[in-house]
Design a protein around this ligand. Sequence first.
Ligand code: TRP
Length: 348
Amino acid sequence: MTDQTPAPAAPAYTGPRRILSGIQASGALHLGNYLGALKRFVELQDQGAPIFVFVADMHAITVWQEPAKLVTQRREIAAAYLASGLDPRKTIIFPQSAVRAHAELAWIFNCVARLGWLDRMTQFKEKSGKHKERASVGLYTYPVLQAADILLYKATEVPVGEDQKQHLELTRDVAQKFNNDFGVPGFFPLPDPVIQGPATRVMSLRDGLAKMSKSDPSDNSRINLTDDADTIAAKIRKAKTDPAPLPETLDELNARPEAKNLVAIYAALAGLTREQVIAEFGGQGFGAFKPALADLAVSSMAPVTAEMRRLLNDPAEIDRVLADGAQRAAEVADPVIEEVKKIVGFWS
Ligand code: TRP
């Protein structure tokens, strides 16, 4: 080969398609999590590829968590997975902290990832705020643990929100550098983010410019995954709107944050596009649209929230699912971490 010849591309990963995602165990879940993540996982579960969905309790402790609360929050996320329709016979549902190999691989990846890569991570900058010297080291290296979560299962597709794109890029960089440095081309896949549809960003019911959030002091700003039918309907009725009728074009809709949010929620719950929703409701007032949205929200969400409340009253059932999932996850993860340890030269 002369100097002019470009290096041959490293052989691509040839393993099977695998889907993996997780939600951090640090607080109550709401409609935004449901439409942005949970509903999406359920759709992916029937595509034929194995799917791994975990509760990221190791990521949760990058900021302080009361231990007893961590236990209940882990169950809440697991209950939400089940109530949304994830079927533990098809989907491996497990707690991250139950599979030791996450921590082992994260350490190895800490030695693969570069400080410069982590310095660019915008989520760390946002979460650490003005006093980054007081943030935990774990918060800084959070994306490296995320890379370990994904690559431990050789996942090829990762359904996540827009805000996780940068962490997926870092995961690909870690995979590529590991494959190159250790001379194992194609060992780890370069996983693709699967960014969700139009309702990925569900906004507050009180402010169309703020994301729906568990930390908003107003409970009316969000629909919690434990709210009963009456509460769901009341929150939709009280949602902030403007006096004008619903717009008839997407351009007009985009200029009206509250209207846009309610139309997006309707579209996501009904499985329609926003165009289809404004084709039906454009020109009508919120007096007509809100009751329709309240009915739709109740009929689609109340069964989920009722199941969620039922499961939370039966923690033993949730823990059985998690224990079984942990065992099945470890069966996939353990051979991978063993191979990685050999590749690196560790005692194994
Ligand atoms: N960081 C993700 C979030 O905040 C949660 C997460 C942790 C995750 N590990 C993951 C998501 C692995 C996908 C794959 O949403």
